[in-house]
Design a protein around this ligand. Structure first.
Ligand SMILES: Nc1ncnc2c1ncn2[C@@H]1O[C@H](COP(=O)(O)OP(=O)(O)O)[C@@H](O)[C@H]1O
Ligand SMILES: [Mg+2]
Length: 431
């Protein structure tokens, strides 16, 4: 139970951490990308603005002016290899161009990114309007500065991989730390849980003696009814029944505590068991109960199916289920028990046409002390531990119990336990 819990805790911890790291990484990536773009935009705007004074000259002389590299005012900030400057008249007609990027982009004011089909590296462009005469409200032309995004794309790519590898290494370190932390966190819970189990085991063990003594005394008293005052006879019968019930409850608790390994499990007497025989014995024993309730009780048991286990445990497992089926089926109903074999498993179906269990309650039926009847009346007898015990026994034998049920239609408990390939006789060793 605890190793599973530890892994689940670690997994949840890692999922939360991975989510936080992803959000953080995505934030860093977006922040740096945006700041690189805004820096580039600033650079391009400055370049375009620096070229504005040359607009009149360019308009007059065209490319000849632009090619006089020594005289142009923007020569110091212009990078000929990755940037481009273009002059347009107010109709959007290209007047001159300087630089390596010679693509036909639509003219749009402000900053824009355009795809470049030639190099597949997008281009960032910044366009400003040129006003040479402040009295005019229409621009006289436009200047566009553009730069290839190759450098930014490379940095973004590097940043992406640094964040991915950084995130993964951090997650591995968090996983290692989390493994240690979850172990530390679960230790006290594990300790108190084992103390609780030990307490249940000790308490039920200690209670067994006094309860047995009370029961024995009451039985002795009941053997001599002439000595009992008639007014006390009923009270004595109530004490006897309550003591029997308490003894049963203590026995069930002790059994569960032992299967939890809280105390030393008295070595089980594992033998080869013919499942049809063990089930038939239970059916014979419970037939009077079915007759009393007017329940049609049927069984089909495939012979020669053997399991290896403790006879009294398996007996308890099947009788708990069959008893429940009879208990929770109203008179006139049906209970069917079948034993079949599928691959290497024996399948025992205990089917009834009883009150059924609501779908939302099915996950809890194997919990200790769980009863559909919230008032926990003892009208039907039992302690609320029957199914928990049956489940523990099935698991101890490498099997499991599954339940399908419909309210007011009936339930089917299916026990699946591994079978022996062939009957093995275990002979007692000679002393
Ligand atoms: N065959 C069944 N049909 C309907 N309800 C059932 C059946 N078997 C068990 N239950 C429900 O599961 C609860 C737990 O069963 P169990 O552990 O045997 O305790 P108990 O029988 O002592 O109440 C029962 O109280 C009952 O509500
Ligand atoms: Mg029961």
């Amino acid at each position: 139970m605890f190793p599973g819990l530890r892994w689940r805790l670690l997994l949840s911890y890692l999922t939360v951490m991975a989510a936080i790291l992803s959000i953080f990484g995505a934030g860093v990536y977006v922040f740096f990308s945006r700041s690189m773009y805004s820096q580039l935009d600033k650079k391009l705007r400055t370049l375009a603005q620096a070229a504005t004074p040359s607009f009149t000259q360019v308009k007059a002389k065209g490319s000849t002016y632009v090619n006089q590299v020594d005289t142009v005012p923007w020569r110091d900030i212009f990078n000929h290899d990755s940037q481009s400057l273009e002059w347009f008249d107010n109709q959007g007609k290209l007047l001159a161009r300087r630089g390596t990027i010679d693509l036909e982009f639509p003219l749009k004011l402000g900053s824009w990114t355009f795809p470049n089909k030639k190099t597949h590296v997008p281009v960032r462009a910044y366009t400003v309007s040129v006003f040479t005469d402040s009295s005019l409200d229409r621009p006289e032309g436009f200047i566009r500065a553009s730069q290839s995004l190759e450098e930014i794309e490379t940095i973004k790519n590097q940043l992406f991989w640094v964040l991915i590898f950084g995130g993964m290494s951090t997650l591995i370190l968090i996983g290692l730390g989390g493994f240690w932390l979850t172990r530390k966190a679960i230790e006290p819970i594990e300790e108190s849980f084992s103390k609780l189990k030990q307490f249940t085991a000790d308490a039920s063990h200690e209670l067994r003696g006094p309860v047995t003594a009370i029961k024995a005394s009451v039985d002795v008293m009941q053997c001599h009814p002439e000595r009992i005052h008639p007014k006390d006879a009923k009270k004595l019968a109530a004490i006897s029944s309550a003591t029997t019930q308490m003894g049963q409850l203590i026995g069930d608790l002790l059994f569960l505590a032992r299967t939890d390994n809280a105390t030393d499990v008295p070595s089980r007497k594992r033998t080869t068991i013919a499942l049809d025989r063990i089930i038939q014995d239970i059916v014979v024993l419970l037939e009077p109960m079915a007759q009393e309730k007017n329940i049609t009780f049927k069984y089909q048991l495939m012979p020669n199916i053997y399991a290896f286990g403790d006879k009294s445990e398996l007996n308890r497992l099947f009788s708990n289920l069959i008893e429940n089926a009879l208990q929770y089926t109203p008179s006139g109903g049906k209970v069917n028990v079948s034993l079949t074999k599928h691959n290497r498993f024996a399948l025992v179906n205990v089917e009834d046409s009883g009150i059924g269990i609501a779908p939302e309650q099915i996950p809890f039926v194997f919990d200790r002390f769980w009863r559909a009847d919230k008032a926990r009346t003892r009208r039907e007898g039992g302690t609320g531990l029957g199914l928990a015990i049956a489940n523990a026994i099935a698991q101890n034998n490498g099997g499991k119990i599954t339940l399908t049920s419909q309210v007011n239609k009936g339930s089917c408990f299916q026990v699946r336990i591994p079978v022996l390939a062939q009957k093995v006789e275990i002979k007692p060793r000679p002393v």
